[in-house]
Structures are given as structure tokens and as C-alpha cells.
Design a protein around this ligand. Sequence first.
Ligand code: TYD
Ligand code: MG
Length: 457
Amino acid sequence: MAKAKRRYVCQACGSVQSRWQGQCPDCSEWNTLVEDSGAVVTPFSARHNLRSGGRAFELVGLDSEIALPPRTSTGIPEFDRALGGGLVAGSATLMGGDPGIGKSTLLLQAAAAIATRGLAVAYISGEEAADQVRLRARRLGLGQAPVRLAAATSVRDILTTLSEGPPPGLLVIDSIQTMHSDLIEGAPGTVSQVRASAGELIRYAKESGAALVLVGHVTKDGSIAGPRVLEHMVDTVLAFEGERSHQYRILRATKNRFGGTDEIGVFSMQEGGLEEVGNPSALFLTHRGESVSGAVVFPALEGTRPVLVEIQALTVRLASGATPRRAVVGWDSGRLAMILAVLEARCGLSFSTAEVYLNVAGGYRITDPAADLAVAAALVSAMAERPIAKEAVAFGEVALSGEVRPVAHSALRLKESAKLGFERALAPSALAGEKAGLSVTAFRTLRDLVDHLLGRQ
Ligand code: TYD
Ligand code: MG
């Protein structure tokens, strides 16, 4: 028999190379190529005529009746919300997140809630011993929930065990990187192992009607370890995010074949596990005392859900000619540099001799471009030591020209701000006037905002 050809698979992008190299030629990652014998590929011996021998099916119209997939509530409304209404029977969901963020905790809580309602739940842990999971369940007050638990890593053992009884309604695999399929060579966690194990488990879910949830580790760059292909294989991809040093966690769908990806679930990590946060704005805007310079509230949007956060800026004048520091927490440092440049070039404010610190309170991370105007307002306020009225919020996108651009979902942002007791908004000019019960001070350019904050008009 001919010796199997060596092949090397990139653990970052999944590309296959014929020789080992330090850097993957496809994704340019370093030290990611691993030898991998892979599955045996059956050679295509003959071309067959595909126009016969298959099963003919009926093509239907878009207006035919829709059979909505049955959903199972996780018993945790914030979790259901991120899923678009609950877990779908026979579907596969991948939950990714940094180690220690709370994936196992959340899934154990959901597993217990579902099992308590009478649905069979199997929780397979490849990371922790059964006793560790049981201890955690007890700490969470879930020790009595009828979850069926096992510590296992062999996909064959798992599927053999499950096939002996009626299929569970929910099957949790924590985590896919610890699973091992004996159909494939290679250590658990390698691309081909992850792919093969996930493939078998997903096939089981589809055939048995169990809702499958796979836990996936996230690598430094934020992608789920193993190949991207895993994200293609599942129906739903959830990202569990947050700063470990802060309590709040956001569960976000980044792919959902059964629903939208614009809803998030918000949790806070407490002694007794993950608690739902119904009103996220209240979490990030805890104690708002007197107005201080450099602080402004920004109505951010997470999907369709507004979250009010405080942006804080501090500037420190440098006496010497040392290079001033710019430090950012919770926002993009490139974007801060851009706002500073626009303030300098278009508004005549110089930050070149000042250190600039920018912080988003509560450990929240803003990705919404509408934060530009709020950041600019915080910077100007810090620099001029003029507080922004504490009953005001600010939002708008700033262009390199200095123009203040309108942003998506302005009405929602204003509504949420009004609901939380804010009275004024600094916003793009399209919103001038009275909106949603807020008095809007509108700006066409960043210079207009600077003039307003410095009392020049
Ligand atoms: P875990 O669910 O094990 O994270 P993951 O599975 O994503 O790696 O969560 C572990 C962290 O959560 C750990 O640092 C302790 C903290 N934690 C709490 O704060 N409260 C709790 O009730 C539990 C169970 C964990
Ligand atoms: Mg875990």
C-alpha cells in the first residue's frame, strides 16, 4: 500500500500545505502548521452521469407554508433572546468565549432549567471531572436538577452511550476542543479532530432531534480556536463576551440560521452564577453624581438594544517635550487618534503637548461608530475643564472633514436616554429640535460642537 502523503494543516485558517513552513502562506500566521494525516480521500475513479439515479424532489414557492422549527426555551430569557427565541431541536449551536468568561456556568444553568422542566439533558464535560461540575452545580443551587452528567472525550463513547437510550432534548459538549474521534488521527484540538468530532456530533443532533450546544475556546485574536469551518458547520454561533475583571457579560449571536443576529443577552457574573440584566443601561451608569469635566454619556446600541455608557476623558499637560501618552480602554485607539487629529486640524485645538486618557466606564467595549461625537465632547470638556451638563447625552459620527454625520437608530437612542432621565442630547444636525422628549442641540461640524462647549457662540 502506498504510504499516505504527509500534509500540514494550518490551525488558524484550515488551509492544507504539502510541506511544513514556519508561516502559513494563506493566512500569514506563524507556527500554525501541524502535521495531520487527515481523512482518506476516495479518489474519483470515474465520472458518473448525475442526471439520473437520484431522487427527484418538488420545488416549492417562497409563499408556501412555513414550518417553523420547534424551539425550546432555555429557561433564561436573556439566553433565549440572543438565540432568537430558544434552542432549535436538531440544530447545532457553537458558544465561543474566552476561558473563564462563564460558558460552562451559563450552560449548566440552562441545562438545569431545561431538565427541571422535564426535558432530558445530557451534559458532557471534557474539561472538568464530573465531581467538579457537580460541585459547581451545588454552589449554584442546582444540585437537584435532573441533568445527566458525564466526563468524556471520546466521540465514539459519547455517541454509543447516547444511542442506547432515548435521545436527549439538549446535548451540551464542553468543549469541542477536548473531543476526540477515532476515525481521524491527531490530537484533540487540531483542525481535523475538531472538524471530525463536530461533524459526528452534529449528525447525531440532526438525526436524533437533540439540540446540540458545543462550547468553543477563543484564541487571542478572538476567533474560535480550530478552523473557521466549525462556524460554517453549525447553525448558530454565539459569542460570550466581557471583561473578566468586570461583572457584566454579553451573549451575542454572530450567526443564526433560525433568527436575527441583532439581539444580545446581558448577564452579570455573581456569587450565585450568571444573573440576567434586564436593563443594561442601569449596569453601566451606576452612580452619576455631579457633572465633572471630561465625562459624557453615550447611548450605544447593541443590535437593537440601547445601552447607555459613560465615556471619560482626562488630559494632562506636559511641561517638557516628551512624547505624550495616549491610552484607551474600551474604544479603538486608532479612532481616538483620528478624533484628536480632526480636533487639531479642523477646530484649532492642540493636544500635542497633552497626555490623553480615554476610558469607557464599567468595562464596556464600544464598537459603535456613533461614539465619535461623545468622545470628542469628552476630550474638549477635559481639555477646557468645562463639565458637560450631566443630564445630556451625546452621539454622532465624525468625518475626517470635521462634519458630524447622522447615525443609525437615532430615535432608539433618544428614547432610551429619555427613559433614563436624560433631558438633552448633543447630536448631528438632522435631529435638531425636540425629539422623544429630549431637547436636541444639533451640530453640523465638530467645530460647532467645540464652539458650543467652549461657550464661543
Ligand atoms: P466558567 O463557567 O468556568 O467559564 P468558562 O467555561 O467560560 O471557562 O466560569 C468561571 C469563572 O466564573 C470563574 O472565574 C469563577 C466565576 N464564577 C462566579 O463568579 N460565580 C459563580 O457562581 C461561578 C460558578 C463562577
Ligand atoms: Mg468551562
